[in-house]
Design a protein. Structure first.
Lengths: 209, 798
């Protein structure tokens, strides 16, 4: 691996199998020979000076469900892992960890994102809403109630992601066509086979939720 | 509880339909709000104080020997709290992804860094991952039999006469100790076989040529040769189902904390709360009573989560090394798919003989398949139909894929494909409607013939089968061809051993404790429904505690045994509690205990309901100390038997196939299912809907693809291990057979049966649409196109 050229990370020659997303970020900063103690750090990327953080822990603060949460985290930590491991907000689940299954779906500035594929450091300054934000104590959100009514959950591990995705769908299309529902819910998978119930939730739409 | 009138009935009997207000109704699952709100806690969500994150170094090779392990760099890393060599130098590794070294660190990033800093040298050995090619090179096994050979034959149910013949012909390699014979006898090995072993000639072991193939189960019934001569129509075909992976959304794993006095607290993602400690005690070298196991929710198991696996053991060992800090060891997704899930494959060449009128005379099959390094047994073929003349042989294929785990209805979905697809091809050759063909031979299904006949009639009505069915090959113009297929299935589903404790407090509060678990099937809700029905009070007045090894032992949730077990123990426990409440309340009502009933929140005189106490008032008569009672299943002292065995179901599929792209779309599926007395109609239907969806998934998409070159799983992620998604699901119709003729059978499990038929039904529908059989599932576009164009498919079988 070349370690001296301040090239952009994507041009680095890295072993395809041995390097994780987190490594990748770490390597890219090391590759740029950033002095570890200097702050703020900058590197040359595509001919421009860019500020970098890490690879050690840096202060990160997030706005989650209306609450400001702070922690010292390595820049490689994902939003999902920060929520789950550092703030004990565990409604969003880690399943595929690679933006394939949707179990970690949260809202970022009102849009659905896979929390496993957003770095916590990049989520700063954004409004994060997790499944927990939809209910107040025992008072659950109408869409959450609709999941109960239509028995749209079994083991329940995909459910928080599906509830968020369904809320986003119904916010966008209050009475969605089957095609709109297929498209908007295509990013989530269930293993127990609860789609029939979820279809009931979608069909009931906002009026049923 | 209602009074006992029928003389066959006891107070424990299930109430008659007219007396039921809860059982059989549709009740929303009680843990629904906690799940849909994200509050439900799973093992993966458990974050105790001082938690360390565990991770494994995994073998990159499918078959190798560990030469050396150097953990020194990892041990020196800041934040690494424990390193444990799991399989050290000299260990032979039989599948890629197997555990080599475990680490525990303060955060996940550090654990990943530590794993990468561990240097392991391997001696790479040859591997074999091809289970789909016909094992033509399989040699007949010869030479004296070792103890392992014999155990293998027992496990594969090789017929007694064959075992005896082998033992007499070839001898054995060991002195058969009495303990071995006793143990074999206990496992059900016949006395004649034991006698043959006892008197066998002992010969020196010979070096047998190493072969992944092993001839196993063989069977001959009737006179197959004569039956083929008698047959007017003969049909031959090739069928198969590959290895698929469980893909539990919550991966396997545990959080273990090694506390003072060698007491261990474990949260584990399991189907088997009561059965875990016993499996962990020996490897950890501590008494099982020192292990406290808990689990509130489990994110999927499907048969794969009965053992603590090495992961929970290593988590506990790492915790001990780290001074007792809790260690969370959850499998990363790649490992979950590669090593923690495998449904055995099954392939077969099947030849059938029948009369022109559709009477099936003879079945002949040569099957093979793998369950991983241990080979694999024969699925129960011919499935459901006891064909009068049969000849079967099976070859077990040992591969370097991960070891098999039970998968929802073990071996039945494979057996259904091998059997019902072969039957469908025969029906096509006879130019018969396959439903008519199955009904013509339905007596071969034995005691369930009537059930299947009724179910076909219902399914016909729901699918419009008779009016819409066409002969094989959709003759309409255009590239999109439409067709229908069907299948049927059975499963045991008798309730497992289950115990529970009831406590009724003087204020009317009721608490139930049971060491069971709710996989998402609705177990909690079913227990509460039975208790509420029996005590005559609302569900929300009863507190249910499950998921803890300190509660009364209840069986693992597998084989559809849970609902029969927990409903029976709950019924008996509730009746026993109620008897005591009646005894205390009777004087206040000027009655004897046997004159009382409980319903609608009241305890009243059966003959005069106006003489009543509210449940709370009745319980106030208990006195200061609460009442306790136990419920147990099975329990011959408290008859009748409340659970039963033998569910039956039929399914139909309607598909469209794009003959230009090979893409299969399911348009509609119908499931008609019996499971005796239904406790909760809502969650029972959900089991069927879920099974149809899971079935569509394995019929069309799922296959654990192992690379012959590297021996590794090529699709160990959720993009390439494709599950059916929301958009892949057609119209689904579920009908539960209930009422007279069904309810009185007692409670029968439902988790497995409806997942058995979809593969066969969809494959048959595709054959009906395009006019040719696609031999192997999943019915991917490449397989459909190669079947259409009679070219060699990607799996090398024409």
């Amino acid at each position: 691996m070349k370690r001296s050229d301040p090239v952009s990370p994507v041009e680095e020659e890295v072993e395809p199998s041995g390097v994780s997303r987190r490594d990748f970020l770490k390597i890219s900063t090391i590759a740029a020979t950033v002095p570890v103690v200097a702050s703020p750090k900058t590197v040359l990327a595509a001919g421009e000076e860019v500020a970098v953080s890490g690879p050690g822990k840096v202060p990160i603060s997030l706005l989650v469900n209306g609450e400001k949460l702070s922690a010292e985290l390595e820049p490689r930590v994902t939003l999902l892992d920060a929520l789950r491991n550092n703030f004990n907000i565990t409604g969003a689940k880690r399943v595929c960890d690679r933006a394939e299954c949707g179990a970690c779906t949260v809202l970022m500035d009102g849009k659905t994102v896979y929390a496993c594929s957003v770095l916590a450091i990049d989520a700063q300054g954004k409004k994060i809403e997790t499944i927990e934000s939809l209910s107040r104590g025992d008072q659950i959100h109408p869409i959450q109630q609709s999941f109960v009514d239509h028995d749209a959950q079994q083991c329940g591990f995909c459910t928080p992601g599906f509830v968020i995705a369904t809320k986003a769908l119904l916010d966008k299309y209050p009475n969605p066509t089957p095609e709109q529902a297929r498209k908007e819910l295509a990013g989530n998978f269930c293993r127990c086979g609860t789609y029939a119930g979820i279809r009931g939730v979608v069909h009931a739409g906002r009026k049923g939720a | 509880m209602s009074p006992v009138t029928d003389k066959d009935k006891t107070p424990y009997s299930w109430p008659d339909a007219k007396d039921r207000s809860v059982i059989g109704s549709r009740v929303s699952r009680v843990d629904g709000p906690s799940k849909s709100s994200g509050r439900a806690k799973y093992t993966y969500d458990y974050n105790p104080e001082g938690l360390l994150f565990g991770l494994m170094v995994r073998s990159p090779y499918a078959h190798c020997k560990v030469k050396s392990v150097d953990t020194s760099a990892a041990e020196k890393m800041a934040g690494v709290k424990a390193v444990k060599v799991v399989q050290g130098p000299g260990s032979e590794i039989f599948w890629a992804g197997d555990d080599i070294v475990g680490v525990a660190a303060v955060d996940e990033g550090t654990a990943e860094d530590a794993v990468r800093a561990i240097k392991v040298e391997y001696e790479v050995l040859p591997h074999m991952v091809d289970d789909w090619s016909e094992p033509k090179s399989a040699q007949e096994d010869t030479g004296p039999l070792s103890m392992d050979d014999l155990i293998n034959m027992f496990q594969n149910q090789v017929p007694d006469e064959d075992v005896i013949a082998r033992v007499k012909r070839d001898g054995i390699t060991f002195q058969p100790a009495q303990e071995f014979l006793d143990a074999a006898g206990k496992e059900g090995v016949d006395k004649s076989v034991l006698a043959a072993i006892r008197t066998a000639q002992i010969k020196p072991a010979v070096q047998k040529p190493k072969s992944p193939f092993k001839k196993q189960a063989a069977k001959t019934q009737g006179d197959p040769a004569a039956a083929f001569k008698e047959s007017e129509v003969v049909s031959e075909g090739l069928y198969g189902v590959p290895v698929i992976t469980h893909c539990c959304l919550e991966p396997h794993g545990a959080v273990a904390a090694w506390g003072p006095g060698d007491h261990i607290e474990v949260q584990i993602s399991t189907q088997n709360v009561s059965g875990m400690a016993g499996q962990m005690a020996e490897p950890l070298g501590i008494p099982a009573s020192n292990i406290h196991m808990q689990q509130q929710n489990v994110g999927g198991g499907f048969g794969s989560k009965f053992s603590p696996d090495r992961w929970a053991i290593v988590a506990a060992q790492l915790s001990k090394q780290a001074g007792g800090a809790p260690v969370k060891m959850m499998l990363e997704r790649r490992a979950e798919l590669e090593v923690a899930g495998a449904r055995p494959s099954a392939f077969a060449r099947v030849k059938l003989g029948a009369k022109k009128d559709g009477e099936l005379l003879v079945w002949q099959s040569s099957s093979w398949g793998t369950g991983g390094p241990g080979g694999g047994g024969m699925p129960p073929i011919p499935y459901v139909f006891d064909v009068p003349n049969q000849r079967l042989e099976h070859t077990s294929v040992a591969t370097n894929g991960g070891p098999a785990r039970a998968w929802r209805a073990p071996n039945h979905p494979q057996a259904a494909v091998l059997t019902l697809c072969a039957f469908d091809d025969m029906a096509a050759k006879l130019n018969m409607d396959p439903m008519a063909f199955l009904l013509k031979n339905i007596e071969m299904t034995g005691p369930r013939a009537k059930t299947y006949t009724e179910e076909f009639a219902k399914a016909d009505e729901l699918m419009g089968w008779k009016s819409r069915w066409h002969a094989r090959g959709d003759k309409t113009a255009g590239p999109i061809k439409r067709g229908m297929g069907l299948s049927l299935h059975t499963w045991g589903g008798r309730g497992h051993a289950s115990n529970c404790d009831f406590t009724v407090y003087p204020d009317g509060a009721v608490e139930i404790k049971m060491g069971t678990q709710d996989l998402g099937t609705g177990t909690r809700t079913a227990i509460l429904m039975v208790a509420a029905e029996t005590l005559g009070i609302p569900i929300d007045q009863i507190k249910l505690l499950i998921g803890d090894s300190k509660y009364p032992v209840s069986g693992g949730s597998g084989g559809s045994t849970t609902i029969g077990g927990v409903s029976s123990s709950t019924r008996r426990g509730a009746v026993n509690a109620l008897k005591q409440v009646f005894a205390k309340a009777a004087p206040a009502l000027n009655a004897t205990p046997d004159q009382l009933s409980a319903k609608g929140g009241k305890v009243f005189v059966t003959a005069d309901p106006s003489r009543s106490l509210s449940w709370k008032e009745a319980c106030a008569r208990i006195g200061a100390m609460p009442i306790t009672s136990q419920g147990k299943n099975p329990n011959k002292q408290e008859p009748p038997d409340l659970t039963n065995s033998g569910a039956g179901g039929v399914q139909m599929a309607d598909v469209s196939v794009d003959t230009e792209t090979g893409i299969v779309t399911v348009n509609k599926m119908v499931a008609v299912q019996d499971c005796g007395l239904v406790i909760n109609l809502k969650t029972a239907e959900s089991q069927c809907y879920g099974a149809l969806i899971m079935g569509i998934s394995y019929a069309l998409y799922e296959e654990k693809v192992l690379d012959p070159v590297t021996g590794r799983m090529l699709n160990a992620d959720m993009e390439h291990y494709r599950l059916a998604g929301y958009g892949d699901i057609p119209e689904l119709v579920v009908h539960m057979m209930t009422g007279k003729g069904y309810d009185e059978r007692g409670v029968i499990g439902l988790g497995e049966p409806p997942v058995i038929s979809p593969g066969a039904a969809i494959s048959n529908a595709v054959a009906n649409a395009i006019g040719v059989r696609v031999p192997f599932l999943p019915l991917t576009p490449d397989r459909v196109l190669s079947a259409l164009h009679k070219t060699t498919s990607s799996k090398g079988v024409a």
